[in-house]
Design a binder for this molecule. Structure first.
Ligand code: TGC
Ligand code: FAD
Length: 388
């Protein structure tokens, strides 16, 4: 198979800065050399390639769009391109980076005390610490405002009781940013591995994101010191402020999955001979490939404009919802068409398409399901919240 060299019919490259292109090339080469050769084996065994964490830290991609505390302070577009390249390898690797940077480092950076920032951010940036983000509960997924995990004020400690589910990185995390109600108001707490009353058993049996750790977080009279509350945020806008960043990254990451599936389908169609000709010479196959490039191109321009709005500080959550919903849907459809072009071979793990397809089923659901994002945009259009 020819080496992947991007998908860029519209010269979108000309819209990136030199720094943005340089970081994309760095991460593209790293993914090619370090993720793609090993990822199928990790998926087969359902193991997370943990040794990659320090390498990601060394490249500076963890919390790359944050300033200070050992973070690279690059643009949101650069962060998006990093997500794209990581997810071309595997959604689980991009998930790791999203959770660490957008869901753990961001809330500490934005809502934490100076002491919390000094203590956690440099180690999270290098990958010495791994983080996870606990919002979803067994009975509260799309509706996190109903959460029952609760903290009570007990002298010099907070005591947390409850459970979180579907938490990326949970079992391997050193630091968990956990959302719980204190006196009925949602607050963020930093729970550390080894805190009394805290366990994080791994969830098994996933057909999707197999190279990513997914866990429960269980709090049974979990006692943490008072200085572990995030002091500067109250209410649901705390976790949602983090989700804005992670959903933004996903809108780019999905393009990476789509590119991987398109690339594999194009190469396969050029080499697979049926009826005496490469299948790429048949009009119906070309129609599918042309449709893929059409959709990838639209997704690239959508993500780029979203990134520029985010860099300008004018982005609104509804714009992020539209891009997350569109680009993940686009990638999932491309994965399915790419599988079709590979014929029976498409179901083998010799090719990346089925893995991307299965991963994207999770990506469609997490960080707000496709339909929840539809409803967020629907509310922006009509002024009516149709969630309840
Ligand atoms: P609602 O009444 O609309 O809002 C409550 C408060 O939050 C504020 N807010 C936001 N703030 C910042 N950014 C946003 N995007 C915000 N959206 C809402 C809002 O202004 C309000 O503030 P205030 O001051 O008035 O209190 O909330 P609701 O309970 O009606 O919920 C609406 C809904 C359904 C859209 C929301 O709950 C939702 O987005 N649900 C989806 C849940 C979700 O995305 N969960 C993700 C879990 S984390 C995850 O999946 C990680 S995957 C990691 C990986 O591996 O990559
Ligand atoms: P539900 O909310 O039960 O939804 C089920 C279906 O009902 C969906 O189709 C949904 O769109 C639909 N639905 C729900 N409400 C409405 C409505 N009002 N109107 C119309 N349709 C509706 N969470 C974390 O906190 N941290 C993590 O790190 C994390 N990582 C994850 C990793 C993986 C691999 C997965 C699969 C999930 C992860 N999640 C995480 C959880 C994820 O955010 C939730 O799964 C997601 O928010 C949806 O919640 P749910 O699964 O409970 O589905």
């Amino acid at each position: 198979m020819r080496k992947f060299d991007g998908v860029d019919l519209y010269n979108v490259d000309s819209l990136f800065s030199d720094e943005e292109k340089a970081v994309r090339e760095l991460v593209r080469a790293w993914t090619e050399d370090n993720v793609i050769p090993i990822i199928e084996e990790h998926c087969r065994k359902a193991t997370f390639p943990r040794h990659l964490v320090a390498q990601m830290g060394e490249m500076g991609v963890l919390g790359v769009n944050l300033h200070g505390y050992g973070c690279a302070g690059m643009s949101n577009v650069a962060y998006g391109l990093i997500c794209q390249e990581l997810e071309r390898g595997d959604s689980g690797i991009r998930s790791f980076c999203s959770v660490q940077g957008s869901l753990v480092m961001f809330p500490i950076w934005k809502h934490g005390s100076e002491e919390q920032k000094q203590k956690y951010l440099p180690k999270l940036a290098t990958g010495e610490f791994i983080g996870c983000f606990g919002l979803t509960e067994p009975d509260f997924g799309s509706n996190p405002g109903g959460m029952i995990t609760k903290a009570i004020d007990d002298g010099d400690s907070y005591v947390i009781n409850g459970a979180k589910m579907w938490i990326t990185n949970g079992t391997v995390a050193d630091v968990a940013v956990v959302w719980a109600k204190l006196d009925g108001v949602i607050r963020g707490f930093i729970v550390e591995k080894g805190d009394p009353g805290f366990t994080a058993p791994e969830m098994h049996g996933k057909h999707s994101l197999r190279a990513s750790v997914t866990s429960e977080l269980v709090f049974q009279d979990c006692r943490i010191p008072k200085d572990r509350i995030l002091p500067h945020v109250h209410g649901l806008k705390g976790p949602f402020s983090c989700l804005n960043n992670a959903r933004y990254g996903i809108s780019w990451g999905a393009i990476g999955s789509a590119m991987a599936c398109f690339h594999s389908a194009r190469e396969y169609s050029l080499s697979r001979i049926q009826f005496g000709k490469p299948i790429a010479s048949f009009q119906l196959v070309q129609n599918k490939l042309a449709w893929m490039v059409r959709e990838i191109t639209k997704a690239q321009l959508l993500a780029l404009q979203l990134g520029r709005l985010k860099d300008a500080g004018t982005v609104i959550p509804e714009q992020i919802s539209l891009a997350k919903m569109n680009n993940v849907d686009m990638a999932l459809q491309i994965a399915r068409e790419a599988r079709d072009i590979h014929g029976a071979n498409g179901i083998l793990d010799e090719y990346p398409v089925m893995r991307h397809m299965a991963n994207l089923e999770s990506v469609k659901t997490y960080e707000g399901t496709h339909d929840i994002h539809n409803l967020i945009v629907g509310k922006w259009i009509t002024g009516i919240a149709a969630f309840e």
